[in-house]
Design a protein around this ligand. Structure first.
Ligand code: ADP
Ligand code: MG
Length: 430
């Protein structure tokens, strides 16, 4: 039964014993916020109504529920304003909160952290450009905004120009369409510091690379700091022009890898503390053992646990954490599928044998399944080319080229897009 339906029936039952004026006054704008097989959480719009319901109508509600479900429910009544707000997901809003203080440092990100922090203290005095690369959800954007926010705080006159390569491309297209390049140049070539997030997307169109090349040169020659992030190293950006590649490697190239278990635990603690969630040690350990590749997912779990804790009054235990991980997996499909599972589903789809895909056979059907497996492992798990190479007994460059080939094909081939969608759904339904 839907919770609206439950609430309707509860109110019908109440009508049998309470005058219509009471129903109108106290129940009209209430609804069920949450219900499971033991507990029900009701929301009301005001404190007055909440107190009235708590004091006078808890008994009748409980009896009504008993009549419907033939069991006793635990009842919680909360006010709308008390509903815990999930931390904002708006990237712009969130970006203002990204700081070095909130970045948990561990062995896999300490170099990137140190480089970013040193640049915010002494722009263009050290490595220029700074190029940070690594998989999704590992803190690249966080570090960039930490640089911007620190400079904003300490040197308000310092002009930091921070943008993604998609934004750069959009602005450039507008400049070309309107025939007005002056505004574009004003924005990008007068910065004291240029910060580009996800530069990998610049390597798709020649005219964008051309423009970025000149922007880069103008600023670099003027002694301005340039910082970039990417999902891969410059040498792995296949379509990047050589003159840009070499420039990207002029300064310091650092990677960020998924955090080790100690760092994952520290991140969980820090995120929990940030929102006032009590997190027992065994629970953080349990989560850190299960979510290994992506800090954004660790954050997702903490937000979920907070909701369980606040809305449903669950105590935070290993069981609750397991449930949160399970829920998050359903919501973020492909959260944790193993490479083995991905390969299995790809083989099911193309009707080939897993062992044959792992073999060195060059049969077209097997090559295809192999390349699609590599591509999906990369996309879903964020594993490095090297790790994927080891899993499939291939070398690093084969993996890289296979993945790029599939990516290129996907852009043009709607059949392939559909196949990938179906396979991904199969993986996710596990
Ligand atoms: P990327 O840009 O690499 O995909 P983000 O910077 O968007 O990743 O990070 C994803 C989320 O994880 C952000 O909310 C960020 O604050 C958080 N995060 C990532 N790494 C860390 C870290 N070391 N310490 C604290 N939070 C982190
Ligand atoms: Mg990012």
């Amino acid at each position: 039964m839907q919770s609206e339906e439950v609430w309707k029936q509860v109110i019908e039952n109440l009508r049998a014993n309470l005058p219509e004026t009471v129903i109108r006054a106290w129940f009209d704008d209430t609804r069920i916020h949450y219900i499971d097989d033991q507990k029900i959480v009701i929301v009301t719009p005001s404190e007055l109504k909440r107190d009235a319901l708590l004091k006078r109508y808890q008994g009748p509600i409980s009896r009504a529920l008993y009549l419907i479900f033939e069991k006793n429910y635990q009842i919680d009544i909360i006010m709308k304003d008390d509903m815990p707000q999930a931390p904002s997901n708006d990237p712009i809003e969130q970006a203002d909160n990204y700081s070095f203080e909130r970045f948990v440092v561990g062995p896999t990100n300490e170099l990137a952290y140190a480089a970013a922090s040193s640049i915010s203290e002494n722009p263009a005095k050290g490595y220029n450009p700074l190029f940070i690369y690594g998989g999704s959800g590992l803190g690249k954007t966080h570090l960039l905004y930490a640089v911007r926010n620190r400079l904003r705080e300490r040197r308000p006159d310092f002009n930091v120009c921070i943008f993604s390569s998609e934004q750069f491309t959009r602005d450039l297209v507008t400049a070309i369409e309107t025939g007005n390049r002056a505004v574009f140049h004003e924005k990008y070539r007068t910065a004291d510091m240029l910060i580009v997030d996800d530069i990998q997307f610049i390597a798709t169109k020649e005219f964008v690379q051309e423009e970025f090349f000149h922007t880069f040169n103008t600023l670099h020659e003027a002694g301005k700091q340039i910082v970039m992030t990417s999902d891969r190293a410059p040498k792995e950006m296949k379509k990047l022009e050589d003159r840009l590649r070499s420039r990207f490697e002029w300064g310091l190239v650092v990677d960020i890898q998924p955090p080790d278990i100690e760092t994952r635990i520290a991140i969980l603690r820090s995120k929990a503390m940030g929102i006032g969630l009590p997190l027992p040690e065994q629970v953080s350990t349990h989560i850190a053992q299960n979510i290994t590749q992506n800090v954004r997912q660790l954050e997702g779990i903490i937000k979920k646990l907070m909701a369980y804790h606040d809305l449903m009054g669950f105590s935070i235990s290993i069981d609750t954490a397991t449930r949160a991980i399970g829920d998050l997996m359903k919501e973020l499909p492909g959260l944790n599928p193993t490479p083995d599972l991905i390969i299995e589903r790809v083989c099911d789809f193309y009707d080939v044998n897993v062992n044959d895909v792992m073999s060195s056979s060059r049969r077209a059907k097997l090559v295809q399944a192999r390349q699609i497996s590599m591509f999906l492992i990369r996309e879903i798990t964020g594993k490095s080319f090297q790790e994927i190479a080891e899993m499939l007994n291939r070398d690093h460059s084969t993996v890289m080229h296979s993945i790029e080939k599939v990516a290129d094909q996907r852009a043009e081939d709607t059949n392939l897009q559909n196949d990938l969608k179906l396979i991904t759904e199969n993986i996710r339904s596990d």
